[in-house]
Ligand binder design. Structure first.
Ligand code: F6R
Length: 241
C-alpha cells in the first residue's frame, strides 16, 4: 500500500482529485468507482472546479457507486443517488446512462445485487475505486465480519454505522436499517484503489490498517491483498501511525 500524507482535508482532496483527473484525462472512458459520505466531498469539489476551469470531460466515463440505502429511491433527499447528483454529477458533463448505483427500492434485492455484479463485469471492471473508511474499518457498507469473498449484497447496518450516518438525516430513526453494498471481493477486483481518510476520528482505523494484520474483523485490511492501493490521509488521521 502506497501512503501519501497530506497536511489537512483540503490537501488530501487536492491530491486525490489530481489522481482521478489524471485517470480520466489519460483514459476518457475510465470506469470510476465512487463513494459517498464526508470523506470524498472535498475531492468532488476539486473535480468540479477542474471541470469548469480546465474542461476535463466526464462525457465518456462510467461511474459505479459503492452502495445505496434499501428503501430510499433516487429522489429521496437522503439517498446516495441524490447525494451524488448534488455533490458531483449535476456539475459535470455526465448523463444518466453513465451513472450507476444499486437500486435500493428493487422488488427483489438479491436479484438487484446480482444485476449489479454483472453490470460491473460488463463495463470491463472498475479502473479506479475511491473509498472512505469507517471508524470500525468498514469499506462500502461491509461491516466487520463480512467475508472477504463477498460480492454485492444486502447488509443490516450496525448501530454504530447508523449513528455515524445519522448526521445526514433529519431524525436518527430515519436512517435506514439496511443497504446494498458492493462486497469486499467486488472492491478488490478494481484495477486501482484510492482510499482516503481525514480527521482524528479515523486515526485508530488507519493505525490498525497500517500496522495490523489481515482479518475479516477489520474489513479494510483486505486491501492489503491488493497490489495497487494508495492511501491518502491527513496528519490527524495519521497521528497514530
Ligand atoms: C460511502 C461508504 C462508506 C464511507 C465510510 C466513511 O459510500 O461506502 O464506507 O466511506 O462510512 O464515511 P465518512 O466519509 O462519512 O466518514
Amino acid at each position: 500500500m502506497k501512503l501519501i500524507s497530506a497536511k489537512n482535508q483540503t490537501e488530501m482532496s487536492r491530491k486525490a482529485s489530481s489522481l482521478i483527473i489524471e485517470t480520466v484525462r489519460s483514459a476518457p472512458e475510465a470506469v470510476l468507482g465512487l463513494a459517498t459520505g464526508s470523506t470524498p466531498l472535498g475531492t468532488y469539489q476539486e473535480l468540479i472546479r477542474d471541470h469548469s476551469e480546465n474542461g476535463t470531460s466526464y462525457g465518456k466515463v462510467t461511474t459505479i457507486n459503492l452502495d445505496e440505502y434499501v428503501g430510499l429511491d433516487a429522489d429521496d433527499p437522503n439517498s446516495f443517488r441524490h447525494f451524488m447528483d448534488n455533490q458531483l454529477f449535476e456539475a459535470l458533463d455526465i448523463s444518466e446512462q453513465q451513472i450507476h448505483l444499486p437500486n435500493g427500492t428493487a422488488e427483489n434485492l438479491d436479484a438487484e445485487c446480482e444485476r449489479y455484479d454483472i453490470l460491473i463485469k460488463q463495463t470491463g471492471g472498475i479502473d479506479l475505486q475511491l473509498l472512505g473508511i469507517g471508524e470500525n474499518g468498514h469499506i462500502g457498507f461491509n461491516e466487520p465480519g463480512t467475508p472477504f469473498s463477498s460480492r454485492t449484497h444486502v447488509v443490516e447496518l450496525t448501530e454504530s454505522t447508523r449513528k455515524a450516518n445519522a448526521r445526514f438525516f433529519e431524525r436518527p430513526e430515519d436512517v435506514p436499517t439496511h443497504a446494498i453494498t458492493m462486497g469486499i471481493d467486488s472492491i478488490l477486483q478494481s484495477q486501482k484503489i484510492l482510499l482516503l481518510a481525514f480527521g482524528a476520528s479515523k486515526a485508530e482505523a488507519i493505525k490498525r490498517l497500517v500496522h495490523g494484520g489481515v482479518s475479516e474483523d477489520f474489513p479494510a485490511s483486505a486491501l492489503k491483498r491488493h497490489d495497487d492501493v494508495t492511501l491518502i490521509a491527513d496528519e490527524e488521521a495519521l497521528a497514530l501511525v
